[in-house]
Design a protein around this ligand. Structure first.
Ligand SMILES: NC(=O)c1ccc[n+]([C@@H]2O[C@H](COP(=O)([O-])OP(=O)(O)OC[C@H]3O[C@@H](n4cnc5c(N)ncnc54)[C@H](O)[C@@H]3O)[C@@H](O)[C@H]2O)c1
Length: 356
């Protein structure tokens, strides 16, 4: 069987993970690159051995010039996700689009419609669905270990970790830590809960500290290809309470900049038979003969980045080939964008947002 010809639109930081995934997948050929930044696309092509005649600075030109492309990764900044994804779908390509799916739910719905209209796969880069920690938790959900999961707490908090560049520029990011970091943990909890629909959201956002580039000692998350002055018109902290249609509730906090002792990322799950936490290792909290017990695992259960994106890319390729079910379909991206829109709307109005 001929290998699938894969193109990457947006050859910045995260594209390296997609590219390595295609290089290592036996069913794919790394075929073409596109980035609006000509130096970047050339350097990446040289690094990964993509012929220069298959590099482009305009996605439409690439899609027209190379009709043999089978599938695409969209790894641009967020404001270009919808236009690049819809163009690729309309050209008859399958697409994996990085998270967040889009700038808002309206764009996300248009992307989903384009996938349906063209009968192509649209997968979203919810990479944590492919994590080893998620696998352990889901095995236990399926085995009934937790009983009914009815509440979760999720945090993704950086003390001083605004990446700068487009991440702080709302016109290209759509928002700050909520849409960039919160999206990962909200989606993971929703996935563990069995993908219930959100029914109401109460959210708050704060912009008190901005990006604090002057503060020494923060972790240096820097956007790879900003090329612009650091802008910061996004929130630096978001917090929300999200209620789902199965009665479960998630409390989430995400920050780029916060006066906290150290960076924190954790998910805690609470069920009728047991609870759990994911970080740094999965632990389960339950009862045994009328005693409270904490269960740890003999094998490593901390989220490992080793092979994480490879699993995501392999799932994308297998789903295209009909060998596996797509673990992160576009429908879940749309639900996520509804949640994110609702948090920002609630924060703006000061009231709960009811979704239908
Ligand atoms: N899954 C994860 O854990 C994870 C991690 C980091 C970033 N991301 C996501 O990946 C995306 C990219 O992030 P990044 O850190 O790689 O950013 P980046 O700035 O390093 O790269 C983005 C690239 O997109 C290019 N670009 C912008 N508009 C374009 C267009 N219309 N056509 C072609 N190229 C275009 C830019 O020139 C840039 O090179 C974002 O959506 C981000 O949220 C996901």
């Amino acid at each position: 069987m001929a290998k699938l010809k894969m193109a990457v639109i947006g050859t910045g930081g995260i594209s390296n993970e997609h590219i390595r995934g295609y290089i290592n997948n036996p069913d794919t050929e790394l075929y073409a690159f596109c980035d609006i930044n000509p130096e970047r696309v050339k350097a990446m092509a040289e690094q990964y051995g993509v012929p220069l005649e298959r590099t482009f600075t305009d996605k439409d030109e690439m899609l027209k010039a190379l009709p043999e492309i089978d599938a695409v990764s969209v790894c641009t900044w967020n404001s270009a996700h919808a236009e690049c994804t819809i163009a690729a779908l309309n050209a008859g390509k399958h697409v994996i689009c990085e998270k967040p799916m889009a700038m808002n739910a309206e764009e996300a719905k248009q992307m989903l419609e384009a996938a349906k209209r063209n009968n192509k796969l649209l997968m979203i880069g919810f990479v944590r669905r492919h994590g080893n920690d998620c696998e352990v938790i889901r095995e236990n959900v399926d085995a009934g270990t937790f009983g009914e999961l009815y509440y979760a707490k999720a945090t993704y908090l950086r003390r001083n970790g605004n990446p700068g560049g487009w991440f702080g520029d709302k016109s290209r990011s759509g928002g700050g830590p909520l849409i960039d970091l919160g999206v990962h943990v909200i989606d993971l909890v929703r996935f563990i809960f069995g993908n219930p629909k959100p029914v109401s959201v109460y959210g708050v956002t704060f912009q008190k500290l901005f990006n604090r580039p002057n503060v020494y000692g923060g972790k240096a998350w820097k956007a790879a290809s900003t090329g612009v002055e650091d802008i910061c018109d996004v929130e630096d902290l978001a917090s929300a309470l999200i209620r789902f249609d199965n009665g479960a509730v998630l409390s989430v906090e995400a920050a780029f900049s916060l006066n906290i002792k150290k960076d924190e990322g954790n998910i805690e799950l609470f069920g009728t038979k047991a609870g759990a936490k994911l970080d740094p290792n999965v632990e389960i909290f339950t009862e045994l003969n009328n005693r409270m017990v904490n269960i740890g695992f003999a094998q490593e259960t901390a989220l490992s980045f080793d092979g994480l994106f490879q699993k995501e890319i392999d799932n994308y390729v297998d789903a295209i080939l009909g060998k596996a079910e797509c673990l992160a379909p576009a429908e879940d991206g749309v639900e996520m964008m509804k949640i994110l829109d609702a948090v920002y709307e609630s924060a703006r109005t000061g009231h709960e947002v009811v979704l239908n």
